[in-house]
Design a protein around this ligand. Structure first.
Ligand code: SF4
Length: 463
């Protein structure tokens, strides 16, 4: 690994960047320009994010607080858990454990660092881990394997449905770093009694593992406080997603990233609630005026991302969509299946905070419906799975076209993607398959991806 990459700890550098960027917006224009001249690699991102007012500033502040919790955890006597985006962080916060959620850390690194997290991905290979796995973990993982961040105390995860590559990243990490490991797993069905019983029993064992690692019993009152905060967050998200169905969509494209980035890291914590509230206020103002959330206020077409977004330096996907007049209708990462959200159709979870047992059951239900866990736990066209979701969202959100963006390491979706795309096309929805790696620009540059995207829009007469 190049010496420059080892000069500063990865987590500390992210914390420093987000903290200073969050402060910059409170300065005079001259002070803002001066600070941006020092962190030039993220100027475009900062201009675009701050251009969205309070939600943008609160997003930056939220990540400053999250990375502060990681970098100061050990000094404050807290444990650090290595975990994944499809495991709700609520249980960790309720037990005073700080979750290091690998995928958002990779995304953050990619968004603000020139060259993204490529060197860290390469280090994973140097350390003996396969390069054919999902790059969403490998970006940040390499920094931890290299010792360029606070060492986690244990690994506590579930997996994205049938995702072997996600699970392998964490088992490799546990073995390489020589730390304890626990993994929740999932049966192939979602809503029958056997599946519910399995989720609940497995989740209780998961809590026993966390108690053994921290030496603390789960505190009922703390857990209730976190879950009640999640309930507030769920209501805000449901309302934002309801607004996204309007034509024009009053929700700015970047709000999708804001929602899932903080939801995956700070669910149940106040910074996430404050930011979501600001997002809803901004979207409601646009809706009241009947205008689109795009900067131009001119919605030309509506895109449904059936998987994830694209995370190259300085968020080019979002600035591109904003410039082209493409409304973002959300992606798999914004779907949580609350019982009150419009797309849950009886598959949703209910947050019951009556007593400890009901709360643990509710968390298990919530976990079993997180992105990827829900949609790819079995065949793509089985009940409650990927195809059913995409078909339902196509109509209920008035999508004009669908986009698949993912990572070559995701054999779980590449194995069935062509079939999914064909069914969507047969149903009248033009579908673009992006061949790039959403987390590693070396596979296909953003410029090449953009060119293919534009070509698709033109050929299919979408713009
Ligand atoms: S993108 Fe694919 S490989 Fe990566 S975590 Fe999700 S299911 Fe697994």
């Amino acid at each position: 690994m190049r010496k420059e990459y080892t000069e500063y700890p990865f987590d500390w550098a992210l914390h420093s960047l987000f903290t200073n960027a969050a402060k910059a917006i409170n300065g005079t224009p001259k002070e803002y320009d001066r600070i941006m001249s020092r962190i030039g690699d993220m100027k475009e991102l900062a201009d675009f994010v701050f251009g969205h007012g309070d939600p943008g500033a609160l997003f930056m502040k939220g990540f400053s607080q999250y990375t502060e919790a990681i970098t100061t955890a050990h000094a404050k006597g807290r444990k650090l858990a290595f975990t994944t985006f499809c495991q709700s962080p609520a249980i960790f916060w309720a037990m005073d454990i700080v979750p290091i959620v690998l995928e958002p850390m990779t995304v953050l690194g990619n968004l603000v660092r020139k060259g993204g997290t490529a060197e860290f991905m390469d280090f994973c290979v140097e350390a003996g881990f396969t390069e054919t796995s999902c790059s969403s973990q490998r970006g940040a993982l390499g920094a931890y394997l290299k010792g360029l961040a606070e060492k986690p105390d244990f690994v506590a995860i579930d997996t994205g449905g049938i995702c072997d590559t996600n699970a392998n990243s964490f088992t490799f990490a546990a073995s390489y770093l020589d730390i304890p490991f626990y993994q929740i797993n999932y049966p192939p069905t979602l809503t029958d009694q056997r599946a519910a019983d399995y989720h609940r029993a497995d989740y209780r064992n998961f809590i026993k593992f966390l108690e053994a690692q921290t030496g603390n019993k789960l505190d009922e009152d703390k857990l209730r406080a976190v879950m009640q905060e999640i309930e507030v967050q769920d209501d805000l998200i449901c309302e934002i997603q309801e607004l996204q169905r309007l034509k024009p969509n009053p929700v700015p494209v970047i709000f999708n990233l804001f929602i899932y980035a903080l939801r995956f890291t700070m669910a149940g914590m106040e910074p996430c609630t404050t930011m979501l509230r600001a997002c809803l206020e901004a979207a409601k103002k646009n809706a009241a005026k009947g205008v689109s959330g795009l900067s131009s206020r001119d919605e030309k077409t509506r895109a449904l991302f059936v998987y994830i977004d694209h995370y190259a330096t300085n968020i080019p996907l979002w600035t591109f969509m904003d410039q082209m007049g493409i409304a973002h209708l959300g992606c798999i990462l914004t779907k949580y299946y609350q019982d009150k959200v419009f797309y849950s159709n009886g598959d949703g979870y209910h947050l019951d905070t009556a007593d400890l047992d009901s709360m643990i059951d509710a968390l298990a239900e919530q976990n079993s419906r997180l992105p990827m866990v829900k949609q790819i736990r079995g065949p793509y066209d089985a009940p409650d799975m990927w195809l059913e979701e995409a078909m339902y969202l196509k109509d209920s959100m008035n999508a004009d076209f669908a986009v698949y963006s993912g990572t070559p390491g995701c054999r779980n979706t590449w194995g069935m993607l062509k079939l999914l795309a064909k069914k969507l096309e047969d149903a009248g929805l033009p579908t673009l398959i992006i061949n790039a790696d959403a987390f590693d620009e070396r596979v296909e540059s953003w410029e090449a991806t953009r060119h293919r995207f534009e070509e698709f829009l033109e050929l299919r007469r979408l713009i």
